[in-house]
Every structure is written in structure tokens, then in C-alpha cells.
Design a binder for this molecule. Structure first.
Ligand code: ADP
Ligand code: MG
Length: 320
């Protein structure tokens, strides 16, 4: 059953449908040779996923392959970058073909969806983990950064929040979890097209990986501003509402649980109508959740104006 490293690479990793014209040399040599189109800047992001830390033991291989690429595509989306090339370092306890087959199927089906070519990587034996580095293009000077939010800007978020957190909670507690919620945790849909169309419109953007409060906090810190969020406005899915009855808990999940991979971004008032016109064609939907203030800090308010108190914050790997 056991294949050699090179057999594994040739049989699984080197097989893909996407062949991009800007890949001069892909998998198979000591390095890939790649051509960045003129006038473009290269956006580079890397994310690691470790079994037991980023996905529960027993997660299906297809989902692991999907997610390790999805989280990197989400970083491209948050910069307004168009994803192009991926590299993959994978560590496997053994040359388990069924695992690699499922993993590459998950990875390549998402790569194909966004026109991404896997151009190289490394395959080693060790604890189960996967690292993808993603490379994308953004027109020079057009990358959407975290530091451009300005008092008066509206704060928007794509899709719905908290679904992945609810799913993770169910799975870790060995409680039944609907397929729809599980899908949100294991197969996040990166908002790549939405991110690209925010170029020149969003003043700042981030993808929500650690939880809205934690991630919006990075925009606020980088931009030297504060914000007020309306908890009643937070977008919640019917799947979340079906299993979390208490509104206070719904808001806790939406504000503080991670793994949503939605985009949170800021828009100045004079660009809002342009945004709303554009977003009519976004399948994921878009919700205005608050406003950037000059006063530092994040204020959470209910509809009646009273403050909402957050009990948990975003996920921090080094917090105990
Ligand atoms: P080297 O020893 O020169 O680093 P390797 O023997 O590790 O090269 O890999 C051979 C080729 O296969 C290289 O082009 C490398 O990029 C590619 N490769 C290895 N593992 C993977 C992987 N998991 N996914 C994609 N490409 C891979
Ligand atoms: Mg070499």
C-alpha cells in the first residue's frame, strides 16, 4: 500500500486540471518559475493547519484539503488580491493513499474553482499538518490594507457570522451537528470575488478568522480609530437560529467565535451606494453592522442603546 514520496507526489499532487499561462515551470523541478504580470504587485500569505488544533481529529481528508486552501484564499480576498499560485507543505504520519486522495480532491476542487495552480511543495513524514502558501496579484497600490479606516466609515460584513463556532462547539461536545453548520466549519467559502470588487471601495478590510471582535480590533488598532457595533444588526443564519435559541448567545457566537472566513470591511459614506449596487449580485449577501468612530475602543450596543457585554474574545493560540 505504501507509496514512496515521489510516487505520492506524482500520483496525487502533480495531477491537476489547472494550467496557468503565467507558470513557466510548475511541479517537478527544484523550484517553480513564475511570471508576475506587469503592473501587478504579488500578494503572499501562508497559513498552517495542524490536526487537533485547527481541525478536530477525524475530520474528513477532503475537508482538510479544502480548508487549508480556503483560509489562504480568504487572506487574498481580504487584500483584494486575485489568487494565482499555491505551494503546499504537507506532513503525514504515513503514506496513507486514501487520505492523500481525499485531501488532494478537496484542495484541487477549490483551486479549480478559483483558477489557482499548485506549483510546488514538500512532502514529509511527521504529525498530520498542512501548510499552504498562496500567491496572488493586485494592481500596484490597490491592495486593501487594515490601516485605512476613517471615522464615519460604515462597517460591513459578508455572509453570516457564528456558524462555524456553533459547529465546532457541537462537534467537540459530541452533539449532533447539522450538515449545513458542519459545512460552514469544514468547507468555508472564501469571498474572493467580493474582495476583488472591493478594490478602490473599501478603506480597510480583514477576513474574520479569529472572531469579529478580535479581527475588527486589528483594523481599529492599525487605523488608530474606534468603532460602535449594533449587535441586533449582526447577520445570523437560519441554521444558527435553529440551534441557538438565546439571542444573547447568538450574539456571543457572532462576535467572538472564529473560522467564519467572512470579510469585514469599512467604506466611506460617499462610496456606500456604489458598494450596495455592486453587492446586489453577491450570493453571500452583505450587512452593515456599525460605524467607525474617532474615540478609541470598540463599543457594542443593543438597539435600545444599552451596552452589550461580551463574555468571550476571539481565538488566540497562545492564550491559556
Ligand atoms: P527538492 O528535494 O528539490 O526540494 P522534492 O523532491 O521535495 O524537491 O520535490 C520534488 C518536486 O515535487 C518539487 O518540484 C516540489 O515542489 C514538488 N512537490 C513535493 N511535494 C509536493 C506537494 N505536497 N505538493 C506539490 N508539489 C510538491
Ligand atoms: Mg532541490
Amino acid at each position: 500500500m505504501s507509496l514512496s514520496e515521489f510516487q505520492l507526489i506524482n500520483k496525487y499532487f502533480a495531477r491537476q486540471r489547472i494550467r496557468r499561462g503565467d507558470v513557466v515551470l510548475g511541479i517537478g523541478d527544484d523550484a517553480a518559475l513564475l511570471r508576475v504580470p506587469p503592473g501587478m504587485e504579488l500578494a503572499v500569505a501562508i497559513d498552517a493547519m495542524v490536526e487537533g488544533r485547527h481541525f478536530p481529529v477525524g475530520t474528513d481528508p477532503f475537508s482538510i484539503g479544502h480548508k487549508v486552501l480556503a483560509v489562504n484564499l480568504s487572506d487574498m480576498a481580504a487584500m483584494g488580491a486575485d489568487p494565482a499560485w499555491a505551494t503546499l507543505a504537507i506532513s503525514l504520519p504515513e503514506a496513507n493513499e486514501a487520505f492523500v486522495a481525499g485531501f488532494t480532491e478537496g484542495l484541487f476542487s477549490l483551486a479549480h474553482q478559483f483558477g489557482v495552480e499548485l506549483v510546488g511543495g514538500d512532502t514529509v513524514r511527521g504529525p498530520l499538518m498542512a501548510v499552504v502558501q498562496m500567491h496572488g496579484f493586485v494592481p500596484a497600490g490597490k491592495g486593501i490594507k487594515r490601516n485605512g479606516a476613517f471615522p464615519g466609515d460604515a462597517i460591513y460584513v459578508t455572509g453570516t457570522l457564528g456558524d462555524a463556532g456553533v459547529a465546532l462547539n457541537k462537534i467537540l461536545n459530541h452533539e449532533p451537528c447539522s450538515d449545513a453548520l458542519r459545512q460552514r466549519l469544514e468547507r468555508p467559502e472564501p469571498r474572493v470575488r467580493e474582495g476583488i470588487s472591493l478594490r478602490g471601495i473599501a478603506s480597510a478590510a480583514i477576513d474574520v478568522s479569529d472572531g469579529l471582535v478580535a479581527d475588527l480590533g486589528h483594523i481599529l488598532d492599525s487605523s488608530g480609530v474606534g468603532a460602535t457595533l449594533e449587535v441586533d444588526a449582526l447577520p445570523l443564519s437560519s441554521h444558527l437560529l435553529d440551534v441557538v435559541a438565546d439571542p444573547e448567545m447568538q450574539w456571543q457566537y457572532a462576535l467572538a467565535s472564529g473560522d467564519d472566513y467572512e470579510l469585514c470591511f469599512c467604506v466611506s459614506p460617499h462610496r456606500e451606494s456604489m458598494l450596495l449596487n455592486m453587492a446586489q449580485s453577491w450570493p453571500c449577501g452583505l450587512t452593515r453592522i456599525g460605524t467607525i468612530d474617532s474615540e478609541a475602543g470598540l463599543r457594542l450596543k443593543r438597539r435600545d442603546g444599552s451596552p452589550f457585554e461580551l463574555k468571550a474574545h476571539g481565538f488566540d493560540h497562545f492564550a491559556e
